[in-house]
Design a protein. Structure first.
Length: 381
């Protein structure tokens, strides 16, 4: 594959991607890939800062911020990818087979989100070599995205100058951009029963397991409608078969594209737990926590126009749609920096069958470059 007119060298990019995915980086163990990123960026002459997210989250490194100086007439631009992958993520053996790259089937590939990292590092190399006019850039590589967007939540955005940004971490075909993403809320419900000896005096007990099970069968779960979903993810409780269980913990979530519908879903789930507990003469503690806010990319906004024009320049048809998943983009947008989250072509993520087309990997890097170039066409007022 020959170098493209955009400046991207496909073979160099693919080789860097193969190296990156070979570096295991499950959540809280991103240190080795962070060291690789730091080495590449500093060799290009760019400043790299690491925050204290690793300490706060119990990991071996924090978020990385690569600061790329540019023409101050243009707004500072944020670009993002995350360093962690889901498991199994150690000992990844990437295989290039025809026009695809996959793992050997014993691990994930880690294109989510090493494809984003590879593209951004290659982009930095092209910008450094060409010395073309560019806006100031802040490239953020986060930790612990896969375990609750924790790195983005820990990121102190007051240290950033960026006025808007782009995350490269959405599922879907290349050309897809998230126009609307859901807000998520998490629930911890604790059902308090009454313990008793299960063989001697079971009638003196009230099983928290029975109460929890009855409530769960009545909860609105799964696909509620086109905008809202809910799920029970974990249940724990009980000590032994000869003890009537007196405590069960239930961990659940609800998410919706509509704030009003999310509020109604939360209320409905809470009501079922409370009414079921009351029928059995026991209590339930409910603790809701907002996990991340919704994400919206409105038509006609400058951020969306930049995406459209960059894609059109590469012959990519832009497609703006909704998603049911959350990302670092949700968190950073919620902190006041508008972010567009873009698909970069990885497929079947979070499975042993994950793969990415080599051409999509290359085109994704070209898209990153074209976005920077598009951002260099509008002088700040």
């Amino acid at each position: 594959m020959q170098p493209r007119r955009t400046g991207v060298d496909p073979e160099n990019l693919i080789a860097e991607f193969m190296t990156l995915v070979s570096i295991g980086s499950p959540s809280r163990q991103e240190g080795h890939v962070a060291a690789y990123i730091r080495g590449v960026a500093e060799e290009l002459g760019f400043e790299v800062e690491e925050d204290d997210a690793g300490v706060a989250l119990g990991g071996d490194c924090g978020n990385l911020i690569v600061r790329v100086p540019g023409d101050e007439r243009f707004a500072t631009v944020l670009m993002m990818a995350h360093m962690d992958t889901v498991t199994p993520a150690m000992g990844i053996n990437p295989i290039r087979e025809g026009d695809r790259i996959r793992s050997d089937g014993t691990t994930v590939l880690g294109a989510d989100d090493k494809a984003g990292i590879a593209g951004l590092l290659h982009m930095l190399g092209v910008l450094s070599a060409t010395e073309e006019t560019r806006p100031p850039l802040e490239i953020v590589f986060t930790v612990c995205e896969e375990v609750g967007l924790l790195g983005a939540k820990a990121l102190d955005t007051s240290k950033l100058k960026a006025e808007f940004g782009f995350a490269f971490d959405s599922s879907g075909a290349l050309g897809f951009a998230v126009a609307q993403g859901p807000a998520q809320a998490k629930l911890k419900a604790v059902v308090h029963g009454r313990s008793a000896h299960a063989g001697v005096a079971p009638e003196k007990g009230i099983s928290a397991i029975v109460v929890a099970a009855e409530a769960i069968t009545q909860l609105p779960l799964g696909r509620i409608n086109a905008q809202t979903t809910a799920n029970i993810g974990k249940i724990s409780g009980g000590q032994a078969t000869n003890i009537v269980c007196d405590r069960v913990e239930i961990f659940a979530e609800a998410r919706s594209l509509s704030p009003d519908e999310l509020a109604m879903q939360r209320a409905a789930m809470s009501r079922v737990f409370e009414e079921t507990a009351a029928r059995h003469g026991v209590t339930v503690d409910l603790e809701w926590q907002d996990s991340y806010p919704g994400l919206t990319l409105h038509p006609g906004t400058p951020l969306r126009l930049i995406v459209e024009e960059a894609m059109n320049s590469l012959g990519i048809t832009p497609h703006f749609g909704s998603t049911g998943g959350g990302s670092d983009a949700n968190v950073i947008a919620g902190k006041g920096i508008p972010v567009a989250n873009l698909a970069i072509g990885y497929q079947q993520i979070h499975t042993l069958d994950e793969w990415i087309a080599t051409d999509d990997l290359v085109t994704a890097a070209e898209l990153m470059l074209q976005i920077v170039r598009q951002c260099a066409k509008s002088v700040k007022v």
